[in-house]
Design a protein. Structure first.
Length: 310
């Protein structure tokens, strides 16, 4: 497996798809760079975290727009991320309440590479972990990184791109033991485990071998579960422009919190702090259109107790 070159200042490497969100609403059609992993990388960059993304971009205007977008937040593209063909797109149709339904045009291929030096945290998720042939390369990376750095995972289920529920659940459960933190939405949990209460789904995921499970519950807040601990995080009230990127902002802020604290000693007080940080980031994001996560200054302005990563 060839090795990519990686800047020494990188604390988080994100692996997964980058695409263009084409948003259709009563006000018209606009385009935003997106894709869950790319959104997480961008969110981390906005929080001042040294971040690199390993992805697959086409040699076209959409790919150039994504690269410029990521660069504006200080996110580096790892070698192997630029290729031929066209860049993936996701068309989001907004309902009157700001919620979005999606239609995807995605091809996912990734070179079999591993970072030259593992970062503090490796994050992956979404389409990249399910869609062949690239999903096999992502799993290879998790096997390389497991037990050598902190691994975070957000399945970010997109049923339109997956096969059967049973097959998607098998892939998900095969990856969970290679992770330290799993974040998913209540909709993800119910799709993966139909008929199972969210709390029981979180327990099942913990029993597969990860150390922390975070389940976002929309307007009802979130649930954080670790060994022997369950904590409900109260929602942060916010006006809603749309929900695009809210879960990715939650994930980016959770990773930021983990960089500060690690996963040792996940007491209720630590989980409360992590959950409040992530929820506040998501609340700021939904106030404005598109996947537009907060800067560190914005987040600290509303949660001054949180300090920058050293």
């Amino acid at each position: 497996m060839p090795t990519t070159q990686q800047p020494k200042s990188i604390d988080v490497v994100v692996v997964g798809e980058a695409l263009v969100d084409i948003v259709v609403s009563p006000a018209g059609t606009v385009e935003h760079p997106g894709g869950s992993p790319a959104n997480v990388a961008y969110g981390l960059g906005r929080l001042g975290v040294g971040t690199a993304l390993l992805t697959s971009l086409g040699d076209d205007p959409h790919g150039q727009a994504i690269e410029q977008h990521l660069s504006s937040a200080g996110v580096d593209l790892l070698p192997g991320s630029r290729g031929g063909g066209r860049t993936a797109t996701a068309t989001a149709v907004l309902a009157s309440d700001g919620s979005a339904s999606y239609d995807f045009d995605v091809r996912w291929e990734l070179p079999r590479t591993v970072p030259a030096a593992l970062p503090k945290i490796l994050h992956t998720g979404s389409i990249a972990t399910f869609l062949a042939p690239g999903a096999a390369a992502v799993r290879d990376l998790l096997e390389q990184a497991h037990e050598r750095c902190l691994v975070t995972y957000d399945p970010n289920i997109r049923p339109a791109l997956l096969g059967s529920q049973a097959e998607a659940q098998r892939i998900f459960e095969d990856l969970v033991p290679l992770t330290d933190v799993v974040k998913l939405s209540d909709e993800d949990a119910r799709w993966l485990y139909p008929g199972l209460p969210v709390e029981d789904a979180a327990q099942r995921i913990l029993e597969l071998g990860t150390g922390l499970v975070a389940v976002t519950l929309g307007a009802d807040g979130s649930l954080l579960a670790a060994s022997g601990t369950r904590l409900a995080i109260q929602p942060v009230s916010s006006a809603v422009a749309d929900t695009i990127g809210a879960g990715d902002s939650y994930m980016a802020a959770l990773i930021y919190g983990l960089l500060m604290r690690g996963t040792d000693g996940l007491t209720p007080a630590v989980l409360e702090s992590l959950g409040r940080l992530a929820s506040k980031a998501a609340a700021i994001t939904v106030r404005r259109p598109g996947a537009n996560p907060p800067t560190l200054a914005e987040l600290q302005g509303e949660l001054p107790e949180f300090q920058p990563v050293p």
